[in-house]
Each structure stands twice: as C-alpha cells, then as structure tokens.
Design a protein around this ligand. Structure first.
Ligand code: SF4
Ligand code: SF4
Length: 209
C-alpha cells in the first residue's frame, strides 16, 4: 500500500522557520576570526614555509643531493648541487646546494620533501603568510630559505672547523665556529677577491699581451 504523503507546512511558515535558524545562531559561540589583526597560533608541527638549516658554526646542512626534489609530488623544488673547495666552502662535506628554489605556486605543503632529506637540512616553519599577487615572487630562492645566523655562527662560505670532518658535524661535536673563522670570498657568486682588480687580475699582477 502506498505511503500517505507527509503533511507540509503552509507556505507562509517557511520564511519564519528560516529566521528561527538565524535567531538560534545568534546565541552560539562566534567562530569568526579577526585575521590578520588577530593572528592564530598554529600547531607546533604545522607545515608552513620551508627553511634550509645550518650547522652550529654557520655551514649549510644541504648537500645538494636533490632527494627532496625527487620526493616532491608537485615538482615544486629545483636544486643544483656543486663542489665545495677549500677556498669557498658552504657545507662540511664534498657537495653543497648551489641553487635551491621552492615554487609556492605549486607546493601543497605536504612535507614529503622534509621526510626525504637525509641531513635534516630542510624543515618547515610555522609561517603561513605566503600569498602574493605575482607568480615570480612565489618562487623562493636559497637566500630567502636559508636560516639566519645564530650566536656563534659565521656566514658561508667559510672553512670547516679545524680537525673535524663531515661526520663530526653530524655527531654534534661542532657547537660553534672556530675562533678566528672568517667568511671567504664567494667567487662563484661573482664576488671579487679583495686583492683582485675589476679586470679579474690580482693587484700588482701584470696583464700578458
Ligand atoms: S611540501 Fe610537498 S609539495 Fe611542497 S615542496 Fe615539499 S614535497 Fe613538494
Ligand atoms: S634539502 Fe636535503 S634532500 Fe634537498 S638537496 Fe639539500 S640535502 Fe638533499
């Protein structure tokens, strides 16, 4: 036997019922957030902007291995590694990340890249204000991602702590820059050696005809 259709309210009652919902909501706890005037504290392990970390003496932890780039499902990371030299050293080992970029127009902040990083060079901060009106500005460079200098650190490039090797850095034996450590000249970035003339020859050096 067919079911009897339920009795519906007369048409004029429907708007009144709608206002009832509004009226009840007036007494509920407000969920509106006054952003950006009032910033909400994120969870401690919130996935925000990335950071490239340093060793306690300022040398960089990134070894330019590209594992983070290969792990990224959004193809958002670009890395170019290069060799360290004694005259221009950025990390304790053989290689360092010469070019490092993250495209935040692609990144979905999933964190797979930081899981893939073998040296804990790459981690994520709690910073979430990444919006920008330009695509170009959303490509963060190594200079933007590299951690600042804490006390006891010297900016790269600089020499490895005397008597220590790469493994010692990971064993935590290096806790600050060695006394007298000075920043080297970043020739690979176009910096001129203080003794060199703008033409590229060392001061006092004769140019061969
Ligand atoms: S957080 Fe995810 S999407 Fe963003 S760069 Fe890392 S792996 Fe790629
Ligand atoms: S951030 Fe880590 S995984 Fe990525 S290139 Fe540097 S060392 Fe390798």
């Amino acid at each position: 036997m067919a079911e009897e259709p339920k009795e519906t309210k007369p048409g004029f009652q429907n708007p009144v019922a709608g206002f009832g919902v509004t009226f009840k909501a007036m007494f509920k706890k407000r969920l509106t957030e006054q952003y950006p005037e009032q910033q909400k504290t994120t969870a401690p392990r919130f996935h925000g902007r990335h950071q490239l970390n340093r060793h306690p003496d300022g040398l960089e932890k990134c070894v330019g291995c590209e594992l983070c780039a290969w792990a990224c499902p959004a193809d958002a990371i670009y890395v170019e590694g290069a060799d360290n030299t004694d005259e221009e050293r950025y990390s304790p080992g053989e290689r360092y990340g010469r070019v490092y970029q993250i495209n935040y127009a692609r990144c979905i902040l999933c964190g797979l890249c930081i899981e893939a990083c073998p040296t804990r060079a790459l981690t994520m901060t709690n910073e979430f204000e990444l919006a920008d009106s330009s695509r170009a500005n959303l490509i963060y460079t190594k200079e933007q991602l590299l951690a600042g200098l804490d006390e006891g650190m010297v900016d790269t490039p600089h020499a490895i702590f005397p008597g220590m090797d790469e493994q010692d850095y990971y064993r935590g034996l290096v806790t600050e820059a060695a006394p007298g450590t000075e920043r080297q000249v970043a020739v690979s970035k176009g910096e001129l050696h203080p003794l060199a003339s703008p033409s590229g020859t060392a001061a006092g050096e004769e140019v061969q005809a």
